[in-house]
Design a protein around this ligand. Structure first.
Ligand SMILES: Cc1cc2nc3c(=O)[nH]c(=O)nc-3n(C[C@H](O)[C@H](O)[C@H](O)COP(=O)(O)OP(=O)(O)OC[C@H]3O[C@@H](n4cnc5c(N)ncnc54)[C@H](O)[C@@H]3O)c2cc1C
Ligand code: SF4
Length: 520
């Protein structure tokens, strides 16, 4: 690993015979990608594989330490593995990407600079401005142009329709033209609350090695803004570890994935439930979605996995994941700035200081996020985003927080999930209705409410559940808008049946003031 200054001074590594530099972004650490497979042994003397750690990117935000640790340690492990295989690797620490590109291009004026299409608008701009040749990104199952073709001329971009198109196109879980098992989804079987007196399998752990420990030490020494607990053994940082995690999921969790997909037990009972924990590896390239899907089908075909679980998992990978990737590119760079509901509140203190709130659900979910930079999709949607939606937090502030604290966050995946699904900031361009819910949903799908000082059934009064109060207040504040939306207008009409609407409005004002002050 070299700094840019060392490189400038020594000029030892970069010989002027280098004809090609191939840049590997930290979310493209995939040995089978064509960026690396098209690199023949005879070319190695003339080509260079380039990794850059940008100080500016690391220092500017209050990242969760485990998010940054995972990215850097995975990239360093990958760079070492390539070097061991005989690739000429330059792993550079620089003040910024721009600075690194400028210095390298000055020293290698005739070399071609090549990169795989990046998964964010900002990196794309940077690479374009540095005159990189861009080759297609083969780490997804659907290219942005395939998605654009699918979306073209459609009035509605329902995920369900995209998913069915994917199943047919990719021939996954199909019986000729029909869906295997006779249905496209088994949601009715898959929405169960947390089971009682249940034994979850133990978590798979991943031992830390020297590279990991060095990264943790460096991060703690150099980045004062970091948030969250130090890395434990929850996350792997190598391809071998990612493969172990995948096998473990298929062996110990896959069969029960479906029924408990939406359940929220307390973190001390299980923080994983039966989720795969594969998103970090799918998103940084250590795993390819194709191999995860193939392994899932292979496991299913052995016969003891219910179709509801297999279909539920396949839907996430070939449906939701590819759908949000397509939406990100289709809706464009400005999509992240959407604020259809004109939400203007600053981020609530409880998102950084869970100890400051008495709301048992929020405290548990934010503390769990602090512990390992991950919670599954329902706490992300129905606790964290739901609270941001109901309390009217400025979408971009909430997006920034989510992007800083989750281990699997990248622009392409966080922007649609937060702006389109989480806080309805796009006015329904992606999802037809807001995912707003009061305490009764949370009480049904979790074990949080039993230990809470608030009552999920109450909407006004001192012990009213803040979610329940804010849910009704949210519908009331946006009554006009939502009464035009037939997917939610029935709930809006429910406002007319509330006898305590005035008290509820007063309580909502108090709840919002105290949430903003960090005293609720
Ligand atoms: C508000 C919000 C923000 C989210 N932000 C992210 C994010 O930054 N990065 C991220 O990877 N996922 C995000 N998700 C989706 C989902 O929460 C995570 O992918 C999932 O929790 C990862 O855990 P897992 O691997 O155990 O998933 P599993 O439940 O085991 O699902 C399998 C895989 O499906 C994919 N997947 C499922 N749902 C989605 C989705 N909505 N979008 C994209 N991929 C999906 C993931 O790759 C995941 O690994 C977000 C969801 C919401 C509601
Ligand atoms: S009562 Fe309300 S605040 Fe308390 S845990 Fe339940 S949903 Fe959360």
């Amino acid at each position: 690993m070299e700094s840019l200054e060392e490189l400038e001074n020594s000029k030892s590594f970069i010989s002027r015979a280098i004809k090609e530099v191939r840049f590997v972004a930290f979310d493209q650490v995939n040995r089978a990608s064509h960026l690396l497979t098209s690199f023949s042994e005879s070319d190695r003397g003339e080509r260079l594989v380039l990794f850059i750690e940008s100080e500016a990117t690391l220092a500017k935000r209050a990242w969760h330490i485990q998010r940054i640790f995972f990215l850097i340690s995975s990239a360093r492990h990958f760079a070492h593995e390539l070097a061991d295989e005989g690739f000429p690797v330059l792993y550079l620490k620089a003040k910024s990407f721009q600075e690194a590109f400028t210095v390298l291009q000055k020293n290698l004026p005739t070399a071609r600079f090549i990169a795989m299409a990046p998964a964010s608008f900002s990196l794309r701009k940077l690479l374009d401005s540095a005159n990189f040749e861009i080759i297609e990104n083969d780490l997804f199952l659907t290219t942005p142009s395939e998605f654009r073709n699918w979306a073209s001329g459609k009035k509605s971009l329902l995920m369900e329709n995209f998913y069915r198109w994917q199943r047919k196109r990719l021939e996954i879980l199909m019986d000729g033209e029909k869906p295997l098992g006779g249905a496209w989804n088994f949601d009715q079987e898959n929405r169960l609350p947390p089971p009682k007196n249940y034994h979850y399998p133990p978590y798979l752990t991943h031992q830390r090695d020297e590279i990991d420990l060095a990264v943790i030490q460096e991060l703690r020494a150099n980045l004062p803004l970091l948030w969250g607990d130090d890395p434990d053994e929850s996350w792997a940082t190598t391809r071998a570890g990612a493969l172990r995690q995948m096998e473990y999921f298929f062996e110990h969790h896959f069969a029960a994935f479906g029924p408990y997909e939406d359940a929220m037990p307390r973190a001390e009972e299980s923080w994983q439930v039966h989720h795969s924990l594969l998103s970090p590896y799918l998103n940084n390239g250590l795993l390819h979605p194709q191999e995860v899907v193939a392994a899932a089908i292979e496991r299913f075909e052995r016969g003891d996995i219910p179709i509801a679980s297999c279909e539920g998992f396949i839907r996430q990978v070939i449906g939701w994941r590819e759908y949000v990737y397509g939406i990100y590119w289709l809706f464009g760079e400005k999509y992240r700035e959407s604020n259809h509901l004109e939400a203007s509140r600053k981020l609530l203190p409880l998102y950084r200081s869970p100890e400051s709130t008495a709301m048992a659900c929020v405290k548990d979910v934010v503390t769990s996020t602090q512990a390992r930079a991950w919670v599954h999709h329902i706490p992300r949607l129905m606790i964290l985003s739901n609270l941001a939606l109901l309390s009217g937090i400025r979408p971009i502030e909430f997006l920034d927080w989510m992007s800083e604290v989750f281990i699997d966050a990248y622009d392409w995946v966080m922007v649609p999930n937060v702006i389109g699904m989480g806080v309805h900031a796009d006015g329904g361009a992606m999802m037809t209705k807001p995912y707003a819910a009061g305490g009764s949903y949370i009480s049904r799908m979790s074990n949080f409410c039993k230990g809470c000082i608030f009552d999920p059934k109450k909407r006004s009064g001192d012990d009213a559940c803040p979610f329940t109060t804010l849910y009704w207040d949210f519908l009331d504040r946006h009554r006009e808008e939502f009464s035009r939306n037939n997917r939610i207008s029935q709930q809006v009409r429910g406002l007319d049946r509330l006898s305590d609407l005035d008290q509820l409005r007063d309580r909502a004002k108090e709840v919002l003031t105290r949430l903003s002050a960090g005293t609720l």
